[in-house]
Design a protein around this ligand. Structure first.
Ligand code: FAD
Length: 405
């Protein structure tokens, strides 16, 4: 029995415990996680860790000593399979029951795999955990050609790291541009060119029909019957939120568990945060969405920790995100979905520029490539919900902060 049980030893789960202790919470805390490691940073898995530039120790969120000193019990290699919201306990895969006062569900999600023939062959790899990254790294060392399926951030980052390491990479995207779900066309076209210039065989609008191979992947078959040879297939097509036990316990939700502005689920004393939490987002005009970013996991964790210590806080953080590919640092603020104008600031040919997104004359988001000043100032402009014209934001010589009151 613990006062607070956190399920998921990832970004959000760790931050709840950190924040509870920072807020002088003196009750007992347990974090239950199904991975063997103490909480670590996930973004480097497709960046510095994958590239071999950072050791695992350097991506741990806190050293072991930190958790010991703060009396946070870590139950690792332990998977929660059921929740009893009436009895206030969870059940682990091994059949153990653990009681809670408050439960925080911070389980992220599992990589979505392709539901096609051969989709589960050895050599077909999703990217979510350290184990995934290690498997991918080991397989890539001996692989001749690698096929990456999915032109989202993770697929593009993996393609960049592998290409930099001298690997032959084919990247397949089903839509007609990369980053289609998260960015405007200008940014997509810029990244497509970058990847092609670096040697990636990037193919758009392609439909994968099957993964070929007997005991191990040998190729990827497209719907035009072309087979692209592959010794390793990396699948980066999104995640499925890990919410089954909570939904089975009666929590509202489906694609994620539904939470209110205090990150409370529909079940008593149960919160949910991070990638698995479907919430109304002010920056999406109140639409119910899930955000898959470290910042969101941390912000929602802080809301929950404050709620538990009685200092209620509402979730109202501006979404932001980053992605590193080659020597390009992309930083985004706000959500560009639904924009009616995408305005270019600066010249993509210089490899330092921004795209400002407007909706009804309001600045709703900004994507900045190697343009940190624009990012810092643009984020303030988005947060303030400033009205501006395309002409005003297009002039890269005029700092965005001049738009602020
Ligand atoms: P997680 O950090 O995924 O933690 C959830 C934990 O719960 C996992 O350890 C999981 O195994 C465990 N778990 C699941 N079910 C159970 C269960 N039933 N019992 C016990 N444990 C369970 N975000 C950015 O902002 N910037 C980036 O550049 C970026 N790059 C990324 C690159 C990669 C390769 C990946 C995979 C993600 C990246 N992200 C990035 C996203 C970011 O890592 C996630 O948004 C963040 O980790 C979400 O935190 P979370 O706490 O919700 O989930």
């Amino acid at each position: 029995q613990f006062d607070v049980v956190i399920v998921g030893a990832g970004h959000g789960g760790a931050q709840v415990a950190v924040m509870l202790r920072t807020q002088k919470f003196e009750g007992s805390i347990a974090i239950i996680g199904d991975e063997p490691e103490l909480p670590y940073e996930r973004p480097p898995l497709s960046k510095e860790y994958f590239a071999g530039e950072k050791e695992f120790e350097r991506i741990q969120l806190r050293p072991a000593k930190y958790w010991d000193e703060r009396e946070v019990t870590m139950l690792l290699n332990t998977r929660v399979v059921a929740v009893d919201s009436v009895g206030h306990h969870v059940t682990t895969e091994a059949g153990e029951t653990i009681g809670y006062g408050k439960l925080v569900w911070a389980t992220g999600g599992a990589p979505r795999m392709l539901p096609i023939p051969g989709g589960d062959l050895p050599g077909v790899q999703g990217v979510r955990t350290r184990a995934d990254a290690d498997a991918m790294k080991a397989a890539s060392e001996t692989a001749g050609q690698i096929v990456v399926i999915g032109g989202g951030y993770i697929g593009l980052e993996a393609a960049a790291v592998l290409t930099k390491a001298g690997k032959k990479v084919v990247l397949l995207e089903a839509l007609d541009r990369v980053l289609a779900r998260v960015a405007g066309e200008e940014l997509s076209r810029f990244y497509e060119k970058e990847h092609r210039d670096h040697g990636v065989d990037l193919r758009l609008g392609v439909c994968v029909e099957a993964i070929e191979g007997e005991t191990h992947v040998t190729g990827v078959r497209l719907n035009n019957d072309e087979v692209i040879p592959a010794d390793l297939v990396i699948v980066g097509i999104g995640i499925i939120p890990a919410v089954e036990p909570l939904i089975a316990a009666g929590a509202e939700g489906g694609n994620g568990v539904r939470v209110d502005r205090l990150c409370k689920t529909s079940l008593p004393d149960i919160y949910a945060i991070g990638d698995c939490a479907a919430h109304e987002n002010d920056y999406a005009e109140g639409a119910v969405i899930r955000l898959e970013s470290v910042q969101n996991a941390n912000d929602q964790a802080n809301v929950v920790a404050k709620g538990i210590v009685g200092a209620e806080a509402h979730y109202h953080a501006i979404p932001w995100f980053w992605s590193n590919q080659y020597d390009l640092k992309l930083q985004t603020a706000g959500l560009s979905t639904g924009h009616d104008q995408a305005v270019l600031r600066g010249d993509p040919a210089t490899r330092s520029f921004s795209v400002v997104y407007l909706k009804g004359g309001k600045v709703i988001a900004i994507d900045c490539v190697n343009a940190t000043k624009d990012y810092v100032q643009g984020r303030m402009v988005v947060t303030a919900g400033i009205q501006a014209t395309a002409e005003q934001v297009a002039d890269a010589e005029t700092p965005l902060k001049t738009l602020l009151p």
